[in-house]
Ligand binder design. Structure first.
Ligand code: NDP
Length: 241
């Protein structure tokens, strides 16, 4: 089958929302570039038109190399989903500097790195979409979330101003802001007391949204005609307060 759809690049495609997004776009006939550190998981996904790359998003060279490799085969990236993220929850005073810096590095620097790898080409092509995974945590702060809140507030600000500066080039910037989603995101929180407090909310929602729910929203926003830029989609489980 000849592929007629453009290349979609997704960071953090080895788990949760990124993996569900990869599977959905692939099922719709898009070639996909899948990036994550656990490349063996990417390789094991049952997707026909995929390029996989071992990528740590904090290193821009790794993203750039992966995109170059995929673009040689499938043409320019038309959608980048900056999805990779971590959420080591902890009280600010107790959180290690290592976890604080890691949150900033992955959740902010990783997004900036991704944007820098595709934006100039999208501007030159006068076409393209960048979707950044933010969160309800970009709208209000909450207990044990200081660095995570800070990282997602930053993603919103960076995305919005980049959108304003590049919209005339027909490039869209979309923020997806989910509430609680049932993924492995909590694996990076090690403090059991903190985790248990969070799990009360999550369990009350039977886990919250599913990764596939968010993937559907990403596909919806992307497949709208190029002249429609849904700037932000704040989505929660109906029963989430
Ligand atoms: P998961 O933990 O299930 O997936 C996170 C993904 O990020 C993994 O594929 C992981 O891959 C990747 N990742 C982490 N660090 C790096 C890194 N340094 N370089 C490359 N990839 C990395 O979590 P979610 O699917 O929930 O998270 C996806 C996004 O959604 C995040 O940005 C998160 O903040 C956001 N979000 C999640 C919500 C939730 O409740 N789950 C709610 C709101 C937003 P690997 O380890 O293989 O590198």
């Amino acid at each position: 089958m000849k592929l007629t759809k453009p290349l979609i690049a997704i960071t953090g495609a080895s788990s949760g929302i990124g993996k569900a997004t990869a599977e959905l776009f692939a099922a719709k006939g898009y070639p996909v570039l899948l990036m994550a550190r656990r490349v063996e998981i990417l390789d094991s996904l049952n997707i026909e038109h995929k390029i996989t790359a071992k990528v740590d998003v904090t290193d821009i060279k790794q993203i750039r190399q992966a995109i170059l490799k995929a673009e040689k085969i499938y043409g320019p990236v038309d959608l980048l989903v900056n999805n990779a993220g971590i959420m080591p929850m902890e009280k600010y005073v107790d959180q290690s500097l290592k976890d604080k810096y890691a949150t900033l590095d992955v959740n902010i620097k990783g997004v900036v790195n991704g944007m820098d790898c595709v934006l100039k080409t999208m501007n030159a092509r006068q076409h393209g979409t960048i979707i950044n995974l933010s969160s309800t945590a970009s709208r209000w702060t909450s207990i044990d979330h200081a660095l995570y809140n800070g990282s997602k507030f930053a993603v919103n600000a960076i995305t919005e101003q980049a959108r304003r500066e590049n919209s005339e080039n027909n490039v869209r910037f979309i923020l997806i802001e989910p509430g609680i989603v049932d993924t492995n995101l909590l694996d990076t929180t090690v403090n059991k007391e903190v985790l248990d407090a969070y799990l009360v909310n999550k369990n009350n929602l039977k886990g919250g949204l599913k990764s596939q729910d968010v993937a559907n929203v990403i596909l919806y926003a992307y497949e709208l005609p190029q002249h429609i830029n849904v700037k932000e989609l704040l989505i929660t489980h109906t029963q989430q307060k």
